[in-house]
Design a protein around this ligand. Sequence first.
Ligand code: NAD
Ligand code: GLY
Length: 353
Amino acid sequence: MNEIENIRVNASESYDVSIFRDGLDSCGEMVRKVLGKCRLAILTDDIVDALYGARVMDSMAAAGLDCIRHVIPHGESSKTIGNVMEFVNLMADNHFTRSDAVVALGGGVPGDMAGFAAAVFLRGIRYIQIPTTLLAAVDSSVGGKTAVDIAAGKNLVGAFHQPSLVICDTATLETLPPSVMRDGFAEVVKYGVILDEKLFEEVSEPPVKDIVHVIAGCVSIKRDVVAEDEFDNGRRQLLNFGHTVGHAIELLSDFRISHGEAVAKGMVRAAMMGPVMGLEDCTGAIESVLKNYGFDTDCPYGAEELYYAALSDKKRKGDSITVVLPRGIGNCDLFRLTGDEFRLLLKKTENQI
Ligand code: NAD
Ligand code: GLY
């Protein structure tokens, strides 16, 4: 293991996020130090299992931690309550108790599902995140949002439940398909735009030189935001920059447009809304960095379609919708708009694309 960055998150649970390159084989030791002797139920997907499942199981066994493993098919369509039920039934059949724990191994899909299972099994047991996508490393493995999808929408059933430890070995990112890696960079750029101009500059021209440092930068931002607003009532909503329009685009494309691509389009659209609201115009800067990563930032949908798709989003409260708009790079704010105001903003930015 080379350089290691340890970030302490202080929320309703305090825990470390350990980021390093090459050290997955020590994950058992790291887990044992935090959880003590217990049994573990690992949730992962088929692709990640084939790549890393045996190494993680062996490391846990070497640390004296007995494991069971549940493998789901990869992809968002597996993020269902039915698959979570299979996993909790497996733990029940194996007589798991409150002193045992769950391990999420993979991207945001196994991460969100394993976290949710840990939140509800026996009214809450501990869990560990081992993220293997860039998106999971910088976002979904930290902060305790867990969920599954239902027919009415993504992530509509879930719970806040913080992990006990996050173990991020950046060597696992080296097997990611380029498109999945790129999706993660949309979230990295997001962190720069919302709160860190220096990070934005650092990642503006790929390839990124020090991925451990970049992930640590993103996680540090998320740590600060979560410490201030764990339950998403205010400041945490800054992390939704680009996501209101992004989720609408994902939905309209029937999820053919990936989350990262949709968020990239959503961030550019949000940037365009800034000047309409009298704020600095950051569109060019954001668009040019996203284009450096190969994102197509054009939006294939009209203002009305986006408006109706956005209405189904969790970020809506009553008749109002909160959008995140940049005042400058590294400086975003929340704006609470009525549905009509949001609709007008979409309309006024429609022809700029
Ligand atoms: P994912 O878990 O589906 O991973 C994407 C693909 O990469 C999958 O096919 C997976 O098998 C593959 N993969 C994972 N690691 C790999 C590796 N190291 N090498 C090769 N292939 C690998 O999806 P994701 O993009 O990581 O996450 C998206 C999910 O995260 C969504 O469900 C989203 O709602 C959720 N999310 C949650 C939060 C949160 O705060 N909880 C935040 C953002 C996103
Ligand atoms: N990914 C958004 C959040 O954690 O709040």
